[in-house]
Design a protein around this ligand. Structure first.
Ligand code: NAI
Length: 385
């Protein structure tokens, strides 16, 4: 159980790039990083608009002198200080991640990067090499992977509760972009523009989330080949708002993904169902505290977060007893706590002996999007992974 005691001797000096006023994802980064005293927010380049960014930084308690107009100034000015930042979170639109992540690593900082890490496999490999050479940690915020019921699912697979894994059915299919709302909303506009979003919309924006859940839950989840079909249903969209992917895994299992932003009536719709030879489990992000466990021939069960019958690993990061819901913010806090411990260990020349969405997970996401787009754009052909 996590109860707010300090995890590290002192918090890591931390900055944010992006995540300013009105951004979708900035607050959950701050809320999660600051929750367990693992990080201290001391600087930032919070906004594409420098004045607005400074005003915002001051409003959340950052020293005005350390609210910088852009990330280059942030890194240059901080390098002159004795108490300079040690880690940075990159929460800007997709097209900026690669250059900012590279600059941060070159400046010797640990990084938490939003997905996608970058757009090309070569860029991802370069970042992996750079991080390894410098001994730095890069965490990627596949947020729900930090939820305890994902750990329970992982432990159930490891313990063989499902038998041999045959099928993995994934989806992240919401209905929020069923009309051209990007015309009025700048935060959605960039998601439909390849210049800012990259080669894909929903495959990268939502599909990579359940993909990482599958990778986290199933230790031997390795794709052999895949086939993808993508389509923009709303007129004038350059990028897809719906995609289907079929994957053959090296283990012999098969997997499917439905990524969509036009699933009318669905709020979020991120689900993963794993089907083994004995039983299936299913998790849905709108009810994250419950994990369906269905053994063939027996009445269906629902496992509840915090219950004593769960595997100990799935209880370790509880913050309150069973029956009270824990959700996205708690899952993110668990991830940020793991990032902090991994960064602290790296500073001491040690490696973390626990899993978290790291730079390899980020690179996998990049490769998967690239392969899906390659398949879809050649008429939904099978592509070797
Ligand atoms: P947004 O458009 O709502 O906000 C972006 C923020 O970054 C704004 O404050 C903007 O002023 C600032 N910004 C833009 N360019 C900048 C630059 N060069 N330097 C400094 N600040 C800059 O975008 P949103 O939805 O918050 O997404 C940001 C990133 O987070 C995206 O990569 C997106 O894919 C990812 N995301 C991840 C989620 C997750 O669950 N892990 C959920 C939502 C978004």
């Amino acid at each position: 159980m996590i109860n707010g005691e300090k995890t590290l001797d002192r918090p890591i000096r931390w900055a944010m790039i992006g995540g300013g006023r009105g951004s979708q994802i900035g607050y959950i980064h701050r809320s999660s990083a600051l929750r367990d005293h693992s990080f201290e927010l001391v600087a930032g380049a919070f906004d594409i608009n420098p004045e607005r960014g400074k005003d915002f930084g001051i409003s959340i308690g950052v020293d005005p002198d350390r609210c910088y107009p852009d990330y280059k100034t942030l890194f240059a000015e901080e390098a002159k200080r004795e108490d300079s930042i040690e880690a940075v979170s990159i929460t800007t639109p997709n097209a900026t991640h690669y250059e900012i992540c590279k600059a941060a690593l070159e400046a010797g900082m640990h990084v938490v990067c939003e997905k996608p890490l970058c757009f090309k496999t070569e860029e991802a490999e370069e970042l992996v090499k750079l991080a390894e050479a410098k001994g730095l940690v890069v965490g990627v915020t596949y947020g729900y992977s930090g939820h305890q019921m994902i750990e329970q699912a992982r432990q159930m697979i490891i313990h063989g509760d499902l038998g041999e894994i045959r099928l993995i059915n994934m989806q992240f299919a919401h209905g929020a972009y069923n009309t051209a709302i990007e015309k009025e909303n700048p935060a959605i506009k960039w998601r439909m523009n390849p210049q800012f979003a990259g080669p894909s919309c929903v495959i990268a924006d939502v599909g990579t989330h359940p993909l990482f859940l599958a990778e986290a839950i199933i230790p031997d989840f390795e794709i052999d080949n895949l086939m993808c079909s993508r389509k923009a249903f709303v007129e004038e969209r350059e990028l897809e708002d719906n995609a289907f992917v079929i994957m053959n895994l090296k283990s012999g299992a098969q997997a499917t993904m439905w990524a969509s932003a036009i699933n009318c009536g669905s709020l979020h719709g991120q689900k993963i169902r794993i089907i083994g030879s004995k039983a299936s489990i299913e998790w849905w992000d709108e009810h994250p505290n419950q994990l369906a466990y269905e053994i063939e021939g027996e009445p269906a069960r629902v496992l509840e977060r915090g219950a004593a019958y769960l595997y100990p690993e799935a209880l370790a990061e509880d913050r309150i007893s069973a029956g009270h819901p824990e959700g996205l913010f708690d899952a993110w806090s668990n991830l940020y706590r793991r990032f902090a411990i991994a960064m602290d260990l790296a500073n001491k020349g040690e490696k973390a002996n626990f899993w978290f969405p790291d730079i390899h997970a980020g690179a996998q996401g990049v490769k998967w999007v690239e392969k899906c787009v390659e398949s879809a754009d050649q008429g939904a052909i099978w592509i070797k992974y």
